[in-house]
Design a binder for this molecule. Sequence first.
Ligand code: NAI
Length: 663
Amino acid sequence: MATTLPNLQDWRFTVDFEGIAWAIIDRKGESMNSLGRRPTEELGDIVKAVEAAAASGEVKGLVIMSAKERSFIAGADIREFESFDTEPRIKEVVRQTLDLFDRIERLPVTVVAAIHGYCLGGGLELALACDWRIADREEGTRLGFPEVKLGIFPGLNGTVRSIALAGPTDAMTAMLTGRMLRPSAARAIGLVDQLVATHHNLRWAARKAVLQKRASKGAPWWKRLMLKQPIRGMLAKQMRTKTAAKVREEHYPAPFRLIELFEHYGDDPESMRVAETEMFAPLMASEGSRNLRRVFKLSEMLKDEAPKDGFKPLRVHVIGAGTMGGDIAAWCVTQGMQASLQDLDEAQIGKALARAKGLFKRQLRTKLAIDAAIARLIADPKGAYVKHADVVIEAIVEKLDVKQKLFTALEKQLKPGAVLATNTSSLKLEDIARPLADPGRLVGLHFFNPVAQLPLVEVVRGAETREGEVRKACTFVTAIAKLPLIVKDCSGFLVNRVLAPYMMEAVRRYQLGEPREKIDQAAMKFGMPMGPLELMDMVGLDIANHVGQELNLAPETDTVLASLVKQGKLGKKTGEGFYVWVEGKPKREEAVYDQAELARLGRELVKPMLDEAERALADQVVASADHVDAGVIFGTGFAPFRGGPIHYRNAEKSAAATTAAAA
Ligand code: NAI
């Protein structure tokens, strides 16, 4: 046989002198490998060549690996998903890939997957069809099934194969949570058979595995026992309860379908293979999955917009160690940066450091990493580190004259090229920058509360802000693993502007006598992560009221909100707001409401938000409708499966037009 295949674009293929075939994926023009049409077809050519050479005894084995720095294969090529619009088309495409994976599984020689970097979704399903999986222990190597986040589940027989290798509990947990596993965790549950220290060791280990004809034995007997009834039924029930505690079936059906698949076919792999495709196709074709894929693309869009040139921020200095400043500094540290934290009040710094420790413990697993993070977060009451910082963020009291004074002093100490930013939520940048010698330097970096949970940061371009500063600010935001959204300097920017009318509508309904629990349930029925009254209690009613007034939505007096603020009932932080809070949780009245009524109320509550999103788009607060949707989803948690406020409004309009045309 030929020892190479000359016409490949996304793969390289060679057979070495020992008779080992090497298939190396290196997608042309891409930084990450994904499984799209062309690489899958080319893999088909490779497998065909190996089938022939194996039959004639010319090859002893096949090793599948990647030439990319950060990925084995990061999943199916999501850009191609949109052409799979109908169930029959989806089944046809899936069938071709399933056949290919089956041929790999049936090859009479040893097939090894040698994994470095992201091995996710379809990439992991390919690896599972191999006889033996070796992964390196490098920090960037991760394995997992993120499909549920896109409203689907593994559809290339990953359900059957992962259960066979890892047993039902571990495999289903991996698929239901979509969590990315470190190599050691993947090894512990059986998704990986062997670990090596670094990617340099992969080739040698793979060669040995082929020569020794290694093959995974699959899950041990005690794990396989759990596939039998009645254990399987009990497991399915537990999984359903756990999943239902996190998401609603009406909004996110994929994990529930996956549990059904397991419950019905868990001990019958052949039937499960067939049923997997039957249950996968309708999910893939559904509106909800399409919208979740849209959300994924929106996040990629925001990341891609940040320039990748020159600026490499490593040191951050944050002034104001309150709710926001403390959490911003801590977050930057979790992302590998050094952060110094300044405040007039040293006790505030102490509190922020204590809070940061909690975050480090949650985010960083090892003691080594936690200790290193603690060392990188520096108490700096006098601002000695300002002159070393690449990025300086101000998060002090929302008072113009105090901020102006601070910035005037800061400007003289900054190192050249450092980003100078404010976290203000309501002051105009040009006002804050007025006394500066170089007002074009000031940019807004508007974080959301809680910082660790909301992925968005609004990058505010003031009337005078220089473009280069905006670009550097975006680079910084992506460097701390957040999504930058460039917004115009106007009241409420994008997110608060769109969110406030919805909050005020909730207050109005409450004032008109709707029970608070009903209002909150209605918003959640629509798909919001939390009800608006509970959210306001969390944010603080003083802040919510202030934002409402800034945007001329809340009268100074006569509202329930104003009166609660006057009584000092500010929400969670004071123990009472719309709800009474006990041990960090709101005390709710038990009540069951009619679902149709909740759905109607939910739509009505959200309507002012959709209207405002359309107005913000018309006012060009951000660059496009997609940017409005991205900002509102990532800054507020707006029902992701609905695709964003503008997308949802347009879908509503076209549904209404279709109904009208039919009538
Ligand atoms: P906070 O009241 O919790 O903290 C402010 C801190 O700044 C206090 O620790 C105070 O001692 C310190 N401080 C005041 N003047 C100072 C000065 N001249 N030098 C050094 N430290 C000084 O306030 P919070 O809520 O963290 O807000 C800070 C900024 O972030 C404000 O501009 C606010 O508009 C903005 N923001 C607040 C959000 C929120 O949800 N709380 C969300 C997004 C932005």
